[in-house]
Design a protein around this ligand. Structure first.
Ligand SMILES: [Zn+2]
Length: 216
């Protein structure tokens, strides 16, 4: 049987040789989100306070000025149990060995999904004077390996410029995340001290693109 579209994961776009492979992938994903016995249960107030920290840090990146548009990264030290409490249900990749969790949000409902996770309507948009707004880009990303010219017609000149700079770099592998996607990762970062001490500390990384508009 040939590879069909229904053997592609709608979240990570990974392709599988057959529907069975995809089913197994989905089963693993489900397992990543199940309650982990080793992690502490976090009080709801603490979770909400942490969500507020995340929203504040994301909004700090929503600055005005066309020069500052593009790729953004928010980095926050974060215990594994807090990460799990906030993002369980949306985890799409996990490696115990590497100490990595990964969540991917994309498409037109990504803003809504993250609004529910963060308990905030304005987590990814900020209004400025003269009806200007800076926002986290939540669109279906333009396929990175598709014919660029045919896809580009409907977007504004600034976005064209950004996309052009992306395609200019002729990337063979799919980038870790595309414009329009929000990639949230939790990783253990290793710090080595001169005396040989090694510290492994959890960090949360929020990757996204921002853009700006003027509502007339
Ligand atoms: Zn997937």
């Amino acid at each position: 049987m040939p590879t069909t579209l229904n053997s592609r994961c709608s979240t990570c776009k990974k392709e599988f040789k057959n529907p069975k492979g995809l089913a197994l992938h989905k089963k693993y994903v489900q397992k990543y989100n199940q309650c982990n016995q080793e992690l502490d249960e976090i009080p709801l107030n603490t979770i909400n306070e942490f969500k507020n920290i995340l929203v504040t840090e994301i909004r700090k990146k929503l600055t005005l000025g066309f020069k500052s548009m593009g790729k953004k990264l928010v980095t926050i030290p974060c215990p594994e149990s807090i990460f799990f409490s906030v993002f369980a249900g949306h985890i799409h990749y996990y490696s115990n060995v590497k100490g990595i969790y990964r969540c991917i949000f994309r498409g037109s409902d990504a803003y809504q999904v993250l609004r529910e996770i963060f308990n905030s309507n304005n987590w990814g948009k900020k209004n400025f004077s003269q009806n200007q707004q800076t926002y986290v880009v939540c669109i279906d990303p333009i396929p990175w390996n598709c014919d660029f010219q045919n896809q580009i017609e409907e977007i504004d000149p600034l976005e064209k410029l950004l996309q052009a700079s992306i395609t200019k770099h002729k990337i063979k592998r799919r980038p870790r995340f595309l414009r329009g996607e929000i990639l949230i990762e939790w990783k253990k970062k290793t710090f080595k001290e001169i005396n040989g001490n090694i510290n492994k500390v959890g960090y949360l990384y929020i990757n996204f693109y921002i853009s700006q508009s003027i509502n007339l």
